[in-house]
Structures are given as structure tokens and as C-alpha cells.
Ligand binder design. Structure first.
Ligand SMILES: Nc1nc(=O)c2c([nH]1)NC[C@@H]1CN(c3ccc(C(=O)N[C@@H](CCC(=O)O)C(=O)O)cc3)CN21
Ligand SMILES: CC(C)C(=O)C(=O)O
Ligand SMILES: [Mg+2]
Length: 270
């Protein structure tokens, strides 16, 4: 697995690659492809659990899926996203919930959707040995406050707030920062201002790395944000395979002799 120092060194040469994964087979493919960081995102709620938002995702959900990903990952750094209200309410509960991701699910680090309330918590977690990836800009757990998923940092005040919080989380010991759905020039300014690597999603080309939701990247999602790109067409491939299965069973073409076996001894039983 890459260390935080490796990631910082890589950022000087080539962009850091990060993708989400939520299950063992997907994590195996993502890891084998050489992705540096696998994020078990709370986007799990949308992609795999069928919820409208990430809000219903629980710490138990995250621990179970993070464990599955970690068991299938040999090389990548595994980061577990902390779900809605699992951190930031009470310090002891926040530490316990974040700790579960490392103790129980074998994550190497946690990611927090950040605000002024997570600066002290970041310092606490890092002191205790839980590496923290910060996340600023569009923080989807605020969907009800936003009334949707609008771009962030588009005015001077918003941009300054993001830059200040980025610096505060770096000072608190975060090892990297995700910037979501912010203008490219703001992401470039934040990247220049920080020593820790920035990883963008909908944040332009000047971050130290990029992240996407894996279902969006492989073309499995029914819908995906405009900042994502489909690098494949897995949904079409699945539809085609499942359609062929249905036809083959209905027509009696499957199972054929090679998929079947007979126990001749059964004659004695019946
Ligand atoms: N499949 C998937 N991909 C994601 O990137 C993703 C999730 N799910 N679930 C959690 C969040 C939600 N995300 C989103 C969702 C919608 C927009 C979006 O459509 N933005 C519009 C503005 C919408 C508004 O103003 O409310 C845009 O045009 O920017 C962006 C990011 C990113 N995350
Ligand atoms: C898109 C990334 C940054 C995320 O938070 C998630 O997948 O939950
Ligand atoms: Mg998330």
C-alpha cells in the first residue's frame, strides 16, 4: 500500500488515482488496475443500496463494505468514508466510529465531510493514529441544507471559506483533501496553497489527483453527474448478458448437456 509519503512524492510526477469500490470483486479489479487509493464511499447508499441520498447509510453498512473491499485489495490504500452523523456530534462516538473502520474493517484511513466542526476532530483522530482525508466543496451529506447538489465556492466568500478550511485541516494533520464540484481555478489555488495532495471530483485538472464513483466511471450507473466520464459501458454489457440468459432458459437452450450431470445410482434410491 502506498504511504502518505509515497502519495506526496507521486503527486510531483503523475496524478494520484482514486476510485470508489463497495464490494470485493470490484475492489479486486480496481486494485489490479493500479489505482492508488480505493475509497469505500458513502455513495454506497446511492450506487448499491438503492437510496435517494447518502443520509441513510450507517456505520455498520460502511464497516461491512469496507471489510469486503479491504479483503480484496493488495496494493491500494483503503479509505472508509464516515457516514452522516457518525462523526461530529460527540467526540467519543466519532472516535469509536472512525476507529471501527480500522479495527474491524481493515481500512487504512477515514474520510470526513468537513466543516468548522471537524478541525479539532481531525487533530484528535490523527493523534490517535487514524489518518484523515478531508473533503470540502460539495459535501453531499448537506443535501437538505443545499436543496440539491449545487457547485460550491463560486463566490468570493464561499471560495475563501473553502481555502481557509483546507488550510485548517492541513494544519490539523489531514493527509489529503478531496475537493468536490468547485471551480477549477479555486481547486488550483487550494492545491498551490497546501502541501498535502488534493484529489478532485468535478474540480478541474489542477488537483494532485482525481476521484470518481466507480459505477459512473465504468458506465454502470443509470444516472451520473455531469462532471463524471463513462470510460466503459458495463450496464449495456450486463443487459446483454442477462437478456441472453433469459432467452436461453425460456427456449430450453440452457442448460445444455455440458452443464448437466446424471447420478446413475439414483435409480437405486427411487
Ligand atoms: N453515482 C454517483 N456519483 C456521484 O458522483 C455521487 C453520487 N452517486 N452520490 C453522492 C454524491 C452526489 N453527487 C452529485 C449529485 C448531483 C450533482 C448534480 O447534478 N449537480 C448539478 C446541480 C444540481 C443542483 O443545483 O442541485 C450541476 O449541474 O452541477 C452533482 C454531484 C456526487 N456524488
Ligand atoms: C465521490 C466521493 C468523494 C465520495 O465522497 C463518495 O463516493 O461517497
Ligand atoms: Mg462520500
Amino acid at each position: 500500500m502506498p504511504t502518505v509519503r509515497d502519495l506526496r512524492a507521486k503527486a510531483g510526477e503523475a496524478a494520484i488515482t482514486m476510485l470508489t469500490a463497495y464490494d470485493a470483486p470490484t475492489a479486486a479489479v480496481v486494485d489490479e488496475a493500479g489505482v492508488d487509493i480505493i475509497l469505500v464511499g458513502d455513495s454506497l447508499g446511492n450506487t448499491n443500496l438503492g437510496y435517494e441520498t447518502t443520509l441513510p447509510v450507517t456505520v455498520d453498512d460502511m464497516a461491512r463494505h469496507t471489510g469486503a473491499v479491504a479483503r480484496a485489495t493488495d496494493d491500494a490504500l483503503v479509505v472508509a468514508d464516515m457516514p452522516f452523523l457518525s462523526i461530529g456530534v460527540d467526540e467519543a462516538a466519532s472516535v469509536e466510529n472512525a476507529g471501527r473502520m480500522l479495527k474491524e474493517a481493515d481500512a487504512h484511513a477515514v474520510k470526513l465531510e468537513c466543516g468548522p466542526h471537524t478541525v479539532e476532530l481531525t487533530e484528535k483522530l490523527v493523534r490517535l493514529g487514524i489518518p484523515v482525508m478531508a473533503h470540502l466543496g460539495l459535501t453531499p451529506q448537506h443535501v437538505n441544507q443545499y436543496g440539491g447538489y449545487p457547485r460550491q465556492g463560486t463566490d468570493r466568500k464561499g471560495a475563501e471559506r473553502i481555502l481557509e478550511l483546507a488550510e485548517a485541516h492541513e494544519a490539523a494533520g489531514a493527509f489529503s483533501l478531496v475537493l468536490e464540484h468547485v471551480p477549477s481555478n479555486l481547486a488550483a489555488d487550494v492545491t498551490a496553497a497546501l502541501d498535502i495532495p488534493t484529489i478532485g471530483i468535478g474540480a478541474g485538472p489542477d488537483c494532485d489527483g482525481q476521484v470518481l464513483v466507480v459505477d459512473d466511471a465504468i458506465g454502470l450507473s443509470e444516472w451520473s453527474p455531469s462532471f463524471s466520464k463513462q470510460f466503459g459501458n458495463v450496464r449495456e454489457e450486463m443487459e446483454s448478458a442477462v437478456g441472453k440468459y433469459v432467452s436461453a432458459v425460456e427456449s430450453g437452450e440452457f442448460p445444455a448437456d455440458e452443464h448437466s450431470h446424471e447420478e446413475s445410482d439414483l435409480e437405486d434410491i427411487y
